[in-house]
Structure formats: C-alpha cells, structure tokens
Write a protein that binds this ligand. Structure first.
Ligand code: 5AD
Ligand code: FES
Length: 353
C-alpha cells in the first residue's frame, strides 16, 4: 500500500468544513476517526516529555507572546548549566527519557553554550532524547547542536500564511526564514516539530487550511497545536482567545493528515479548560509535556495568562498527569517515544511475524 492511499485524502472543502463546523456530533465523529488513526501507530500509549524552560529572555517581539522583548513587566531569568543539569537529574530520577530545553531567543546562549549544555546532557543521559526549542538559528548552528547530541527540535511555524504571519510578528521576522529553518532541521535529520496556534487575531479558516497543507508538505514528526491565549502585557492582550472546540478539531485533522506524528496535548489547552489535555488525547494527541523547571521560575515563563502547573513540583505534575492519562483510558509511557515508522503497527507486526 502506498503512503498516499493510506492517508486520509481530505479535500480543501472537507477540511474547511471541519475547521468551522459547530456541530458537536460531527466533531465527535472526527475525534473518533483521529483516535482510531492514532491507535494504529501508537496504541493507547501517551508519551512524556520533561520540559525545562531555561530562559525567558527573548530578542524577538512576537505580538502574541508574553516574553516578547518589549514586555517590561517580565522578571527575566536564565538557568545556569548546573540548574539545567539538576532539572534533568530530577527528571531522570522520576523516569523521564526525553528532555525538552525550551527558551526565548536568548543571545546569551550562544552556539557554544548550547553545545556545552546538550553535550553534558547527552553524556550523562545517553539513553535520553534531547530536544531543543530555542527558535531560529543558522543551519551551521543547528548542525553543531545535532553533532552535540540533540536529536529533536521544536519550532512552530505559527501560521503558514505570509500576510497573517506579518500581522503577528515584527517586520524583522519572516515566514520564509521560519520555513527555511524547518527545512534545514529536516535536512540535518532532526526529528522536527512544527505547529501553530488556533484563534490568533485576524486568523481565518482559510489560514488554518494553509496550516494543515503546510504540515502535509513539511511532514514534521511532531505537531504542537494550542489555542491562542491573550497575555495582558502584549498588544493582543485584549483580543479573544482561541476556542477549545476548534483547537481540538485542528488536533484531530492533523492526526488524520499525519497519522504517525507525535502530537502533544498542550499546556495551553489544559489552561483554557480543566480537562483540555484529556480532550486532546481523545481527539488524537499522544504526548504530554509536564514541567521540570524549578518551581521559583515557573511563573516567569508566562507566554500567556493563567498558565497552569506553575505552582507544582515536578513530581506533582508527573503524578497528576499520570492519573489524568489513566482516567482518560490511556497508558502513560515514559520511554523516549520516538516517532513511529510511517506504517501502522499492525502492518509492521504482520511483516515481522
Ligand atoms: N498563547 C498561546 N500560545 C502561545 N505561544 C506563544 N505565545 C502564546 C500565547 N499568547 C506559543 C507559540 C510558541 C510556543 C512555544 O508557545 O506557538 O511557538
Ligand atoms: Fe502539572 Fe497537573 S500536570 S499539576
């Protein structure tokens, strides 16, 4: 069977219909299809990533983001190499096998410093996957990170429409460069994560369709989708946020278009609804990213208002998430959780039997 025939072949019209439908029965049918698709590749497993938010300095000024450069109301912090290693040590003790180092675009963390951190983590935890989420850098920088032992990279494209991109970002940033970074990362054989926010100001259903089509073109291994949530100190502080329902439908559609992708039930979804993450799992997501950052800096990494889990210790978040996953009918899995081969499990089993 070719990959094309296995894929849900959804037309633009069908996608636009699901992007916009407000019929709960239709949405539920979509979620059921997405669950079945996820099941084929990953069963009921939900993978854990330990998130280390290591700097909230950022040289960029994205209009939606709480840690944008011109937000003077943020107390800025950077974790030291030792603090980062301590987070990973705690994570390792708790059973994590994936660490995600996420931060603003902080010029203090030069390539050399990032390489030092990645190298140290890689040496200490050779069985763990190291993921970077530190924004746009040159191909050479990405190559150095890969060489040092980083295997995965998260860089959401945010919106795949040029004009919309320009409404959300300062003129110094471009969709073209964003895409180039993603293709460079792929070329370097990173497992690549992209994604977008749902409900950002000026977003149209056609924009969301473009996001889905871009994902199909890029074929990322991971897709992060969360609702836009206004942050009060940003230019979009007074704008409405993205809806739970539409975000869930976008998760489900992404699962249908990229059936073997790793898709997180994002913290932003957990923030706009008490069971947002569980609902995402039921709409086709299969990853959670509990926080491993030190408790005293959690509140400072405020990309948006009312972010959850800022008052909890790492072990509490792990316990909480494990319980939530089980109650939702899924199986917590603390292994590395690499992306599945682009072939359903049942087919693989069949062939090796
Ligand atoms: N609401 C929701 N998500 C946001 N992000 C940044 N700011 C916000 C916000 N106000 C997302 C972006 C970024 C990721 C790390 O967090 O998509 O890529
Ligand atoms: Fe952090 Fe529930 S996942 S407290």
């Amino acid at each position: 069977m070719t990959r094309l025939t296995r894929r849900a072949k959804l037309s633009d019209d069908e996608l636009l219909h699901y992007i916009s439908t407000d019929d709960p029965a239709e949405a539920e049918a979509l979620f059921a299809r997405a669950r079945a698709e996820r099941e084929k590749y990953y069963g009921a497993d939900v993978y854990f990533r330990g998130l280390i938010e290591f700097t909230n300095y950022c040289k960029n000024d994205c209009l939606y983001c709480g840690i944008r450069r011109s937000n003077r109301n943020v107390e800025r912090y950077r974790l030291s190499v030792d603090q980062i290693l301590n987070c990973a040590a705690l994570g390792s003790m708790l059973g994590y096998h994936t660490f995600v180092l996420q931060g603003g675009e902080d010029t203090y963390f030069t390539d050399e410093r990032v390489v030092e951190i990645v190298g140290a983590l890689h040496e200490k935890y050779p069985g763990c996957a190291i993921t970077l989420s530190i924004g746009e850098r040159s191909e050479e920088s990405y190559a150095a990170f890969r060489e040092a032992g980083a295997a995965r990279y998260l860089l959401r494209h945010e919106t795949a429409n040029e004009a919309h991109y320009a409404m959300l970002h300062p003129a110094s940033m471009s969709l073209e460069n964003r895409k180039q970074c993603l293709y460079n990362l792929k070329k370097l054989r990173f497992q690549v994560g992209s994604g977008f926010m749902v409900g950002t100001p000026y977003q149209t259903p056609e924009n969301l369709l473009e996001d889905l089509r871009f994902l199909q073109e890029l074929e990322p291994d991971m897709v992060g989708i969360g609702p836009f949530i206004p942050q009060s100190d940003t230019p979009f502080g007074g704008e409405p946020g993205g809806s739970l329902e539409q975000t869930l439908r976008m998760v489900a559609l992404s699962r249908l278009l990229l059936p073997s992708a790793l898709i997180p039930a994002t913290t932003a979804l957990g923030t706009i609804h008490g069971h947002g993450r569980e609902k995402a799992l039921l709409a086709g997501a299969n990853v959670v990213m509990p926080n491993l950052s030190p408790k005293n800096v959690r509140k400072l990494y405020a990309l948006y208002d009312n972010k959850i889990c800022t008052g909890d210790e790492a072990a509490e978040c792990l316990g909480c998430m494990t319980g939530r996953i089980k109650r939702a009918g899924f199986i917590p899995n603390m292994c590395r959780g690499d992306v599945a081969l682009k072939r359903p499990r049942s087919v693989r089993l069949h062939r090796t039997e």
